[in-house]
Ligand binder design. Sequence first.
Ligand code: XIL
Length: 355
Amino acid sequence: MKCRAFVLATAALCLGFGDGVREQSLRDAAQRSGMLIGTAVRPARLSEAAYASTLAREFNMLEPEDVLKWEVVHPEQQSFDFSQGDQIIDFAARHGMKVRGHTLVWHQQNPKWLTEGKYTSGELAQILEKHIKTVVGHYRGKIFAWDVVNEAFDELQLGKLRSTIWRDQPGIGLAGDGTSYIERCFRWAHEADPQALLFYNEAGAEVVNPKSDAIYAMVRDFRQRGIPIDGVGFQMHIENLRADVASISANIKRFTALGVQVHITEMDVALPVDPSGNPRPEDLQRQADIYREVATACLSHRGCTAIQTWGFTDKYSWIGSHSKQTQGAALPFDRNYGAKPAYAALRDAMATGRR
Ligand code: XIL
């Protein structure tokens, strides 16, 4: 779209710049609406000029996609490797962006020394406490919000806690005690950085369903008992071009009513692609509608404060390998960093702001 200041509808999307005008970025639009717009980042790509410039221009927040997961940051029991995480922090600092941390407690992407180590519950509790306090402590004052626990609820037995190394295999010693192990993790994170906002992050709990009901009960209980939880992250990986936005909105409403923030943490909208990775043109518009509707739902609740996409260019997205290359094209920019209809939709929703 060309930016013409004399067209009224378009003028709202333009910023004056001397004699000329330039189009408002997604970041500008979000900033004006008081929103955080973020994306997942792979530090190895920061040396690619188009990657770095798009990232800095369009987003005011970022999150390491993989490099703060255990297998990268804690490769040996006695050693931590913050080098890649630190690159992201440096980039964010240079460009005035906030950083979300992901993730301290998860059942995936854990190192072999941990998963094959045959530790007792007592030993695991010590290992986990040390991990949380070391990682959160390293980034104290630099990472403003953490996904403390990720995907603790089961995929198939909806509403039940997942069986994991941290809960009951053998767990950190609280296996018979419901969400107590999660509570313990939040307390440890809070001790390491009392200023950081602490989030519970989940997949498949975007709508009102048995999984989000169980998370709702946990968060309500934590809030009532003063456990330090500040927010809930809904991942928002959307498949089959299906999003029940009314239910997403109702869900955001009930969570924010508990006094916690909601962040949309990992949004992408996967499209079927041909063997060359190309989507059908008509699907791009439907994809844009979903981005717009989800962003508008978030903006309609004051406590929904951030929208983040899981990567920003179709050149680098987990959807391809995750779907054996049958799905892709899930992000707002194409493989050449060209803005897709989804980008304009997201920016329009941000520019419209809260209603
Ligand atoms: C994905 C990353 O995008 C991939 O690079 C990695 O190979 C696997 O993990 N839910 C999460 C994210 O919380 O951490 C996952 O990220 C996607 C699903």
